[in-house]
Structures are given as structure tokens and as C-alpha cells.
Design a binder for this molecule. Structure first.
Ligand code: DLL
Length: 437
């Protein structure tokens, strides 16, 4: 049962002081839980000279050593679990770029909390019983499938467990079932738009009103493109397997930052170089401690994601702070000739140029000692006027816009629509060939 017409749970609008007390109570619980049940944490805290009783205030949390992705991999598969295996009712995995996957586990209570958090997010963006929710992400090890599925079901929406692939069929289902809300990666949403157009269907006529997009960085200009094409309202959804999965932070109707649920996560932002907590309003790496997870209580987990904390009051009335849309991951950052570039910056520039299509690829090479960045951009059909000079003018325009944003000279190559790879899940847009040449 929802708490009200607007809020799914009472905790969303809990007075800040009460919320803070609840959070600190849970912080103390999770530290003790990890210390008592995970040998790795007992050892780590002892080495750092910390006993769970020492953590009394928010500031005390910063004394605890970080947990990293490597810690999860080194303790593969179940080494960081805090409950016996028979209490774990589900696992998911997340494969990084290399090596063993990270395995995450859930008790029955963890699943309940997670479902409730996802329901909270979906209710916040306006999903209701009357909606038909088509979930177009993988349903296997990826947390986006089952995570969103059960959250939408909890609200009472009709869930279409479509999974990934076969885009034409996905569009047919939307029309046949009267789908009103969709969930997928933003790059797949771009692909759906294109396939619908190829099928002679106006995306805006499908009847969608809500789009939940996440699992990868995207930009404000991509949001505009998706909203204009489908006639829906597009919301950013952030999460990671190590923190249950999706449902950690989500945009509300204001679309101005993602509410991060501090009754379930302790939030810190650190300087990725020094590990020091950054000042208010500064950009930093998100560090999260789940506060209610029984199976996998990770303390001060370094997400690798760069964002900013927004603590001003939100017009929606929720008392939980917001994070800025994630700029990218520390390990996605490309350093070209000493300049830091995030693929999402390139996307932001391209998506505001009307002649640029919806897909691009970045290729980094090295000539001698010099790095070269080439951006391949698909262009819309209307660009091909038969005049080479028109194409050249567009190429130069894109190059100059990129230069302004990135402060970096790039090579721009224009390619025809349909040339570059399409992705059903997370897009892989950067090809770094520097190590291979
Ligand atoms: O991607 C969980 C998820 C599923 C989130 C569905 C949203 C929707 P992982 O596969 O473990 O889990 O990948 C987590 O993806 O650390 C970020 O780097 C990135 N990421 C997730 N959401 C966003 C977002 C899921 N909205 C990793 N914006 C995270 C930018 C995101 N990056």
C-alpha cells in the first residue's frame, strides 16, 4: 500500500533529523554486523585500530578503510558474505572489464528492502497500477531485469518481462499490449526509436508516457532527444549490483538530480586521488555503505562513479539529498594528450547538433608519442545533399563544438546512419587502441 498519492513510503518525507537518527542507528548496526560476521572486515578494522563502538558520529565513519572492487574479486565468490549460504536466496553478478565477476548475494529480507526501494523510485516517476511496464533489459545475472520487474509488480503495474533483443518485436508488443512505461539503457532506447522509424511507426504514437533509463552514463541532450521522439518523460536511474542493483538513486518529477535513499545507504564523496572526503558541492567519487544489507554489508564501497551531492531542498518534498547525474566512472575517463575526457561529454555535444544522428564511436590511437582521438559520428540522411562541401562544413562544425567542450583537437569522421554498432545493454563507445599499436 502506498503511503500517499505522491509518495510510496513514509521514509521519503521523513523529517531530516529523524532520518539522520535512523541512518546513524543503521550505520552502527552494519559496522557491527560486518565486524562480527565477515572475517575480512574484522581483520581490516583491527588493522586500522577501529572497533565498531568507536563509530558514533557521521565523521567517525571516515576512519573506516574503503572496500574496493578488487576486494570483492579477491574474495570470489562468497568470501564477503555475512550470513551462512542457506540464508542467501539469490545471487547476481556483475562482470567488469576483466577477470572474475563480482558476486553479490541477498537474503529474503534484502530482497524485500530492494523491491520496496525500486517501487519507491517507480512510484516517484508516476508509475501506477494502470500502467503497462515493459522491461527491456537482461533478466539473468544483470540486476536491472529482476530488480525493476519486482518493483513494478509491487506497485501493481502490468509487467511485460521482455528482456533484450528483437527490437521489432519489442515495438510490436508495445503497440499490442498498450505499453505506457519502458525501462532500458538510454542507448537501447535510441535504437528502439530508430527501428520504429524504419518500421514506419512514429515513436511518439506508441503511447509511452514514462521512460526509465540507466545503467550507463547519458546526457541532458540525449534526454531531450528521447523525450521529443517518444513524447514521454525520461528519468535517470542509478544503481550498482554491489548496492542491490537499480533503485539506489532515481530522478523525481523535477528531473533535477537523483534522490539517493539515505535510509538505506550512507553517502560520501571523496577525492579519488587522496581518498579524502570532499567539501560540500564539490565533484567526487561516490562512496556508499549499504545500511540494511544482511548478506553483503560492504563498508565504504568505492563505486568509481563521479558525481556531486545536491543538498538544497527539492520541490517534490522528499527529504533525501540528490546526486548530480553521474559524469562517468573514474576508469571510463580517457586521458588524451594529458586532457581528461568522459564519453558523456562527447555525447552531450553531439546530441545538441541536429545533423548528428543518435550513434557515435570514439577511437583512441597513438602516433609515435602523440595520442589521437577520432570521433565517428553517424549523420542524419538529410545531410547527404550531394554537395561534398556541405559535409565538410558539418564535419568542421562538430570538430569545433567538441574543441570548445573538451579543449582538445579531435578528428571527426562522418558516417552513414546504420554504420556503427548498436547495443542492447550498456553501450561500449570507446575503443582505446593505444596499448595494441
Ligand atoms: O547497472 C544496475 C542498474 C540497472 C542501474 C538498471 C540502473 C538501471 P552494474 O551492472 O553493477 O549495475 O553496473 C553499475 O553502472 O557503477 C555506474 O558506473 C554505471 N551506472 C549505473 N547507472 C548509471 C546511471 C547496474 N544512471 C555501474 N548513470 C555503476 C551513469 C550508471 N552510470
Amino acid at each position: 500500500m502506498p503511503h500517499s498519492d505522491i509518495y510510496w513510503s513514509r521514509e521519503e518525507v521523513m523529517p531530516e533529523k529523524e532520518l539522520e537518527e535512523l541512518q546513524m542507528k543503521r550505520v552502527r548496526w552494519v559496522i557491527r554486523h560486518a565486524y562480527e560476521n565477515v572475517p575480512f572486515y574484522r581483520r581490516k578494522l583491527k588493522e586500522a585500530g577501529i572497533h565498531p563502538d568507536d563509530v558514533k558520529t557521521r565523521e567517525d565513519v571516515a576512519k573506516i578503510p574503503f572496500t574496493t572492487k578488487e576486494d570483492l574479486r579477491e574474495n570470489y565468490p562468497f568470501g564477503l558474505f555475512a550470513v551462512p549460504k542457506e540464508k542467501v536466496v539469490r545471487i547476481h553478478t556483475s562482470s567488469g572489464t576483466s577477470g572474475k565477476p563480482k558476486v553479490v548475494g541477498y537474503t529474503a529480507k534484502d530482497l524485500e528492502n530492494w523491491i520496496d526501494m525500486v517501487a519507491r523510485c517507480l512510484y516517484m516517476v508516476g508509475l501506477r497500477e494502470k500502467d503497462v511496464f515493459q522491461n527491456m533489459v537482461s533478466y539473468t545475472f544483470f540486476t536491472g531485469g529482476l530488480g525493476l520487474h519486482y518493483g513494478a509488480e509491487r506497485i501493481g503495474a502490468m509487467v511485460v518481462p521482455a528482456g533484450t533483443g528483437n527490437t521489432e518485436k519489442q515495438i510490436r508488443y508495445m503497440l499490442d499490449f498498450g505499453t505506457t512505461a519502458i525501462h532500458c539503457t538510454p542507448s537501447y532506447a535510441m535504437h528502439i526509436k530508430e527501428v520504429a522509424e524504419d518500421m514506419g511507426i512514429e515513436p511518439s504514437e506508441i503511447g509511452l508516457r514514462i521512460g526509465c533509463f540507466g545503467a550507463e552514463p547519458w546526457s541532458e541532450n540525449t534526454r531531450k532527444r528521447l523525450e521529443n521522439a517518444f513524447g514521454l518523460k525520461a528519468f535517470d536511474s542509478y544503481g550498482l549490483s554491489e548496492m542491490n542493483g537499480p533503485g539506489v538513486a532515481f530522478e523525481c518529477q523535477e528531473q533535477d538530480g537523483l534522490h539517493i535513499w539515505v535510509d538505506h545507504y550512507f553517502v560520501e564523496l571523496i577525492d579519488p586521488e587522496t581518498g579524502e572526503v570532499v567539501g560540500e558541492g564539490e565533484k567526487g567519487e561516490l562512496v556508499l555503505t549499504p545500511l540494511t544489507k544482511e548478506a553483503l554489508p560492504l563498508l565504504r564501497y568505492r563505486t568509481g562513479d563521479l558525481t556531486m551531492l545536491m543538498t538544497d531542498k527539492c520541490a517534490c518534498g522528499r527529504t533525501h539529498p540528490r546526486i548530480h547525474r553521474v559524469f562517468g566512472r573514474t576508469d571510463d575517463m580517457i586521458v588524451v594528450r594529458g586532457i581528461n575526457v568522459f564519453p558523456s561529454q562527447i555525447e552531450h555535444v553531439l546530441m545538441r547538433i541536429p545533423e548528428a544522428g543518435d550513434h557515435f564511436q570514439v577511437i583512441i590511437t597513438r602516433k609515435g608519442t602523440l595520442d589521437e582521438m577520432t570521433v565517428k559520428v553517424e549523420v542524419v540522411d538529410e545531410v547527404f545533399t550531394g554537395e561534398l562541401s556541405d559535409l565538410e562544413a558539418l564535419r568542421r562544425k562538430i570538430q569545433s563544438e567538441l574543441k570548445k567542450e573538451l579543449n582538445l583537437r579531435t578528428n571527426v569522421e562522418l558516417v552513414e546512419k546504420g554504420t556503427l554498432e548498436r547495443f542492447k545493454g550498456k553501450a561500449r563507445r570507446v575503443l582505446d587502441l593505444r596499448g595494441e599499436l
